[in-house]
Write a protein that binds this ligand. Sequence first.
Ligand SMILES: NC(=O)c1ccc[n+]([C@@H]2O[C@H](COP(=O)([O-])OP(=O)(O)OC[C@H]3O[C@@H](n4cnc5c(N)ncnc54)[C@H](OP(=O)(O)O)[C@@H]3O)[C@@H](O)[C@H]2O)c1
Length: 289
Amino acid sequence: MSTESTRSSPDASLVPPRIPLADGGWLSGIALGTWKLDHDAARAAVAESIRAGYRQIDTAARYHNELGVGQGIRDAGLAPGEVQVTTKVRGGDQGHDETLRAVESSRRILGVDAIDLCLVHWPLPRLDRYVDTWRALVRLQADGVVRSIGVSNFSLEQVDRLVAETGVAPVVDQVELHPRLPQEALRAGLAERGIVAQAWGPLGRGKGLLDAEPIVAAARAHGVTPAQVALRWLVEVGAPPVPKSGDAARRRQNLDVFAFALTPAERASIATLATGERAGKDPSIDEEF
Ligand SMILES: NC(=O)c1ccc[n+]([C@@H]2O[C@H](COP(=O)([O-])OP(=O)(O)OC[C@H]3O[C@@H](n4cnc5c(N)ncnc54)[C@H](OP(=O)(O)O)[C@@H]3O)[C@@H](O)[C@H]2O)c1
């Protein structure tokens, strides 16, 4: 297994496998997170990361970096269709007509003909506009403005309400997922419905997950880093992760998780970390606009 010290130059073998989506589209096995990167940092990071092997970039209207993300994708110069971009409808833009306007704004700022994957960022049940928001995404997909549509931070009940009221299921639910918050019931329910659970906060957002003994021990055993173990665990449970790093060597390292496998004993040891502790907001309580 190679780490950043031995994989310092672009290497086509680091391109992650594609994960098929129920609508015929695909998701990359590892996507690049961009939260907290401003336009300039995002532009440089995205271009460098695509050269290193990333094929999906995760942004959101709320990250205020769609301009830099779009420029970074163009700077990398790959053929159209080789790199996908995900963006998200922020809480303050929920509602049918608001969403139509917001997605068109994101599309123009990103500078793309069509957005590859567009998610409803948070369900915001108190607002009760996520069904209208979803109807707008269904229309935008039919119009070809968006290729695939999904949700983020949704429960199974909320997903089922979308299907009951519109007849269209999301293809992705992007949720907080890592060994402390394995979300087994949610993952199983999404899998039954043919929806991919994509993992945000996969490294525990710098809050000590990577210092946990089962992760450190597995990293030592495989000659990799704790971050690579956390990402490998997600790959093995079928939840493609979206790690973010502001550092080029770490971003390359975070792609390099397909050449080793955790043992059953390591997986059992990592399972003891499942306290349910969140590193981010709880969508059943917290709100984000
Ligand atoms: N849908 C949603 O509601 C939602 C919510 C939150 C996040 N997201 C998406 O998910 C992405 C990832 O989540 P996140 O950024 O919150 O958390 P994360 O990826 O779990 O953690 C990022 C932290 O880990 C550090 N890190 C990265 N690679 C590392 C490595 N190899 N070794 C050690 N530390 C490493 C980063 O530091 P450095 O940058 O200094 O390397 C940063 O402090 C976001 O960027 C965003 O695109 C979506």
